[in-house]
Design a protein around this ligand. Structure first.
Ligand code: SF4
Length: 327
């Protein structure tokens, strides 16, 4: 029998679903319950394959753009937010929109609008092509420059170096973002900070937890999809914090035997768009490999909840009133 006494799993907490993802997924579920299929969803409601597949099976239809949605149909905007141009195009097609944009993304949109009104140049730290960045930049395209990395901070040019402010995508690495800001400030000493952190509480909490356990880990497994920014960042953070190796997987079946050579301690976490069932599958897989001892490493407790999108609340209220009338 192999010696399994030293084998253990350190399970990060918090991990998995954040308040914004929870709200967005419930919004689609409620829309399906109340109005039936199809409910169109622009882009992935959250960046997780399993969630998208599960909602598709229940009747959600995922599209890339609003012009793929039949005139007058119901469409949900994803948690990552949309630009004003997308809203206009939805209005032009008379779509019934349900806005599941995370309130913490909306906060960044509002900041962008405010700084653009003040004629400031916004240096938006984030990844070009990510839906959230497209949405935020779309609030003030004339005033926004996307800064993808610390290296890019060394090269960007602005019209007035004394009138610049930085904002960021909500799901970045805290440390890398601070490095980008440091380099921007070296070039633009009057760079203004955002009024509050743009990197959201959930992203920060998951990074803090993985940083705590990573130095003890031979391997850190991050459950999350390849297009999930905060999940991909967790792998980077784990490696920077001292994990010997780290891999991102969508599902337990992607775990590879060769990862476990000489491994005693496995760290496990999941991105903010990952349902806990996927983590449970990984825990079961690890137990089969002899890693049956699971210790939780908790660095914060989260109890934030957002109310459902107002369109869903209004429809729920209308249905209740109808039911009461019939009773
Ligand atoms: S990761 Fe943060 S910003 Fe994104 S949906 Fe979750 S709470 Fe909102």
């Amino acid at each position: 029998m192999p010696d399994t006494t030293a084998k253990r799993v350190l399970l990060a907490a918090p991990r998995g679903y954040c308040a914004g993802v929870d709200r967005a997924v419930i919004a689609v579920e409620k829309a399906l319950e109340m109005h039936g299929s199809p409910i169109y969803v622009r882009k992935e409601i959250v960046h997780n394959k399993y969630v998208v597949e599960t909602l598709s099976e229940r009747g959600a239809v995922f599209v890339n753009e609003t012009d793929e949605v039949p005139e007058g149909a119901r469409v949900v905007f994803s948690a990552h937010g949309v630009s004003p141009a997308v809203r206009e195009s939805a209005d032009a097609r008379n779509l019934l929109t349900i806005d599941a944009t995370c309130p913490l993304v909306t906060k960044v949109h509002k900041e962008a609008v405010r700084f653009a009104k003040a004629e400031q140049t916004i240096l938006l730290i984030g990844h070009d092509g990510h839906e959230e960045v497209e949405g935020t930049a779309g609030e003030a395209p004339e005033h926004t420059i996307v800064v993808n990395s610390p290296e890019e901070a060394d090269a960007i040019e602005v019209a007035d170096p004394d009138n610049v402010v930085w904002l960021s995508q909500t799901t970045l690495s805290v440390d890398e973002t601070m490095e980008t800001v440091r380099r921007l400030r070296a070039r633009f000493p009057n760079l203004q900070d955002p009024p509050s952190d743009d990197i959201c509480y959930a992203t920060q909490n998951r990074q803090v937890a993985v940083k705590k356990l990573a130095p003890e880990c031979d391997l850190v497994i991050v459950v999350g999809s390849a297009n999930s920014s905060n999940s991909v960042r967790l792998v980077e953070v784990a490696l920077q914090a001292g994990a010997r190796t780290s891999y991102r997987i969508d599902r337990a079946k992607e775990i590879r035997d060769e990862w476990f050579e000489g491994v005693e301690t496995v760290g496990l976490t999941s991105g903010a768009s990952v349902p806990e069932i996927l983590v449970k599958d990984v825990i079961a897989d690890l137990a089969d490999r002899g890693y049956a001892t699971v210790e939780e490493v908790r660095t914060a407790t989260e109890d934030l909840m957002f109310s459902l999108p107002r369109e869903i609340r209004a429809d729920m209220k209308a249905q209740e009133a109808e039911r009461a009338l019939r009773a």
